[in-house]
Design a binder for this molecule. Sequence first.
Ligand SMILES: [Zn+2]
Ligand SMILES: [Zn+2]
Length: 407
Amino acid sequence: MRESGTFSHREPGSACGPRAFMRALWMVFSVLATATVEAAELTAPAPSRDFYFPNTEELAPDEMRVIALGTGTPHIRPVQAATSWLVELGNGDKFLFDVGTGSLRNFAGLQISYNDVYRVFFSHLHVDHVGDFDALWASGWTGGRLRPLQVWGPSGTEPRLGTRHYVETLRDAMYWDYATRSGILPEIGSGIEVHEFDYSQAQVVYEENGVTVRSFPSVHILDGAVSYRLEWKGLSFVFSGDVTPNKWMVEYGKNVDLLVHEVYMTIGQLMEHFGWDRQMAMTVSRRVHTTPAAAGEMFSLLQPRMAVGFHFYNDPDTAPEIEREIRKAYDGPLTLARDLTVFNLRPGSIHVRQAVTPQRTWPMVPDREDFARAKRAQPRKMSDWLRAGQLPIDIYTRPEDSGAGAQ
Ligand SMILES: [Zn+2]
Ligand SMILES: [Zn+2]
C-alpha cells in the first residue's frame, strides 16, 4: 500500500518514459556534484581573499607569513595588545619577534602548537615588548611544549640592563609557579635558554636552516635596544622594535620586502588622548619614537615592497591623520597594522588581510604519547598538616593508582 500511495503522486504516464529517465539522471548528477563540492570543501578550502582562517592554508615552499599579534602601546586595550609579531616560513620554521603584554591571547587564537614557537627575539626590554614572556613560558609549558624556550636579546651597558638578567630574574620570580608544576609537567618544557648578544654591533645572531637573523642598533631612549632583519629564500622582513630614525636602519632596512616599523601618534593625538602637555608630547615623540611624518621619510628612503606601521592607536578617528602625515613624504605601499593583520609574502606578491580566529581554543598538544612519556622531575610535597586539612570527599579519599584520576 505504501508503494501505491507513492506512485499516486507521480505524473500520469511518466514512470518509465524518457522524461523520467532524464529527471533521474539529473538527480544522480546533482547528488554527485554536491558530494564532490562538499568533499573538496572539507579537504582543501579555497583561501579567502578577505580573511585568513588559521590552519586552513599550507604555506608554499617559498612563502612567508607574518602575523601581527600586538600593535599597540604600553597602555593596552581590548582591541590592541602590545607589540608582538609572528613570522612563519614555508620550511616550517616559526619565530616570535617580541611578546608584548596581551599578545599571547591573539597567538592562542591561531591554534599553533607551542612546541613549534620556541624561538623568541627581543628588540628591547620595555614591558610592552616582553610583558607576555611569562605567559608564553607558562602557557607553552602547560600547553605541551616539549623543548626549552630559546630567547635572543640584546645586552646593555651593564649586566643588569641585558636580556640575560631579565630572563634569569624573571625565572627566579616565577619560582613558586615552577615548583608547583615541576614533577607533574614534562621538565624539559620549563627550560629557557638565553642567547644574549652585543647590542652595539650589527651582526648575524641566528643562522640555521637557510634562515638568517641580523641584529643592528636602534636609537630608542637608552642603550640596549635593537632592530632585526630576517632573510630566507630571497624574502626579507625587518622589525624595527621601538626606534627613532637612524643610520643603521637606513643601512640594514633598505629594499626589504616587509618593513614593520614603529609609527607613533601625532603630537596633537598625544595631547588629546593621553593628556600630555606639548613639551612632553614633543620630547617622547622625537627622542623616543618615530612620528608619522618621520616614518614617511624613512619609508621613502628605505623603499620597502610593503611598509607597515604599528605602535599607535589605530582607530577610525586617529588613523586618517597618521596616514596623511606619512603620505607627506611617502607614496608607496602602506599598511597601518591592526592586531591579527596577516601578510603573505611570495617572490611576486604580498597579500594583506585580517585573521579571523576562534575564541574558545584548547592546547595544541604536539604528541600525547610523547607528552605522557616525557621525563618529570621529583614532585615537591606540601606539608602534612596542610594536606590533612583537605576534606575527605569522593576521589580525594581513594588511592591515587586506583584509576580515579581518569574520571
Ligand atoms: Zn620601547
Ligand atoms: Zn614600545
